[in-house]
Design a protein around this ligand. Structure first.
Ligand SMILES: Nc1nc2c(c(=O)[nH]1)N(C=O)[C@@H](CNc1ccc(C(=O)N[C@@H](CCC(=O)O)C(=O)O)cc1)CN2
Ligand SMILES: Nc1nc2c(ncn2[C@@H]2O[C@H](COP(=O)(O)OP(=O)(O)OP(=O)(O)O)[C@@H](O)[C@H]2O)c(=O)[nH]1
Ligand SMILES: [Mg+2]
Length: 452
């Protein structure tokens, strides 16, 4: 970690040829640097057109530069943003010059870490910045935006405030060890704990949403050999990713591709066909098909509509439900508008498609969107979707709350009860911030990219 008093610089845009590229500088030397490089002080928050002259006096580029006087900046420090022509060589020349003038290269996530340390963002908001950059679907963007605006922090404040009421009541008795927490107070504290536990568990349950938003909805394509599963994957992702052939048993191992359907990001998984009499290698592939189906959030059961459907293995048939499965009756181009022979399990939503002609694919995407909508938090509502770090803290909070309830009825030592409650508060505190543990911050911000 560079010294927090250093002025740091890094590219803010990816390396590559582009219209413009931005180099960002943050720290106490920004104003002096601006004066030296552009021969004039810069007005705050105004884009100014200047020649960038390096320390040797050479013109490097014709740039737009914006100065933000702290604390009114992203990091809370003085910030200077230099927009150069979008040639990575030019950004590098500008950066090299800034380093010669005493700037330090920013480490991964250091701009956002400074924003956190300067109180511009809480920790959950800093994480939301990262989620925003990596969001792969409109839903993921919406959820990250809510978290960036402090929704999770506000949730934690509400839970914390409620718990503090309980702690105040308990602590009032610590100084009088001979006195028990009276029945009435015990009742009140018990009610608060029950409420807070419920709120914590509700929040913890949104971890599933977080996984779906951040990793994508695990969507397993399954069905008999040769039904057109790999053809369906290729059609949905729009390129020939999987091998397709008229030989049953073409797909031996499962393969995975990411695709956006409506506002959702799916992890599409093409699997080996469920051949009831497989060869040895095929059987290995089918074992993996079973494993993928167990973990699936959504299943696409592909059937070849030109012949009767062979029965599904019992465990798979039992796994498929109307709320997370679509039956895809494929190859309708071959039916010549004849009544279909193959009909899937009666109670599952069904769409007729042809991966060959593209017929029915829009309808299938609409059906997938409908199911995915139900798997994720409502668009308009509370889009809280916690991550693994939050879940870990909340799990510890629920454990402390459970012990606190045990120490309350029958009443254990009041000190123990108070210490349980402080344990809960500590765990809550980790989510939105109040972290003074450098290692933990190092770990968190090192997952960010340079320049963020
Ligand atoms: N050029 C540029 N675009 C960017 C960023 C950036 O740093 N630079 N951001 C970086 O990720 C995001 C925007 N985030 C920002 C957040 C706060 C402030 C800021 O100056 N805040 C001041 C002023 C508030 C106001 O006028 O609304 C403040 O909070 O006091 C700037 C950018 C996305 N786009
Ligand atoms: N006429 C027609 N043929 C199709 C359609 N979809 C797939 N096929 C053909 O059906 C055959 C099997 O397609 P695949 O996509 O390899 O089937 P699969 O389900 O992945 O098969 P396995 O990997 O062997 O389990 C290929 O010859 C495809 O060209 C369709 O909509 N219409
Ligand atoms: Mg296949």
């Amino acid at each position: 970690m560079s010294d927090s008093s250093a002025t740091i610089a890094a590219p803010a845009t990816p390396a590559g040829t582009s219209a413009i590229a931005v180099v960002r500088v943050s720290g106490p030397e920004c104003a002096a640097l601006a004066g030296a490089i552009f021969d004039s002080p810069l007005p705050a928050r105004t884009a100014c057109h200047h020649d960038y002259r390096d320390i040797a006096g050479q013109t490097v580029d014709d740039v737009l530069v914006t100065f933000f006087a702290g604390p009114h900046s992203y990091t809370g420090e003085d910030v200077m943003e230099i927009s150069t022509h979008g040639n990575p060589l030019i950004s590098q020349l500008v950066l090299d010059d800034l380093f010669k003038r005493g700037c330090q290269p920013a480490e991964a996530g250091e701009f956002t870490r400074r924003a956190f340390l300067n109180g511009r963002l809480d920790l959950s908001q800093a994480e939301a910045v990262m989620d925003l950059i990596h969001a792969r679907s409109a839903r993921a963007v919406a959820a990250a935006n809510q978290q960036l605006r402090g929704s999770l922090g506000q949730h934690m404040t509400r839970l914390t405030d409620e718990l503090l009421l309980a702690l105040a009541r308990v602590e009032a008795y610590i100084d009088f060890p001979e006195e028990d927490l009276p029945e009435e107070d015990r009742g009140i504290v018990g009610d608060i704990l029950t409420n807070v536990l419920r709120g914590t568990e509700r929040l913890l349950a949104t971890h599933r949403y977080g996984d779906l938003l951040r990793d994508g909805i695990k969507t397993v394509i399954l069905g008999e050999p040769n039904a057109g599963k790999s053809s369906l994957l290729n059609t949905l992702i729009g390129r020939e990713r999987a091998l397709v052939s008229d030989e049953p048993g073409t797909t031996r191992d499962y393969l995975e591709e990411t695709v956006i359907v409506g506002p959702h990001c799916l992890r599409l998984i093409d699997t080996a066909g469920l051949n009831p009499t497989p060869g040895t290698v095929e059987a290995l592939g089918i074992r993996k098909t079973h494993e993928r189906i167990e973990e699936a959030d959504l299943c696409l059961l592909v059937l070849d509509c030109t012949h009767p459907t062979p029965p599904l293995p019992d465990d798979i048939a039992a796994r498929l439900h109307a709320n997370d499965t679509v039956v895809v009756l494929n190859k309708i181009d071959l039916t010549n508008h004849q009544p279909l022979v193959a009909i899937g399990p009666a109670d599952l939503p069904t769409v007729q498609v042809s991966t060959l002609t593209g017929a029915g694919i829009k309808e299938l995407e609409a059906k997938i969107t409908e199911i995915a909508d139900r798997l994720q938090p409502p668009e308009a509502g509370d889009q809280i979707a916690i991550n693994a770090r939050h879940a870990d803290a909340l799990r510890r909070a629920t454990e402390c709350l459970a012990t606190a309830r045990q120490n309350l009825m029958p009443l254990g030592p009041t000190e123990l009860l108070a210490s349980d409650l402080r344990g809960v508060l500590d765990a809550y505190g980790e989510i939105a911030g109040r972290i003074d543990n450098e290692d933990m911050l190092d770990r968190l911000f090192s997952t960010f990219c340079i320049g963020k």
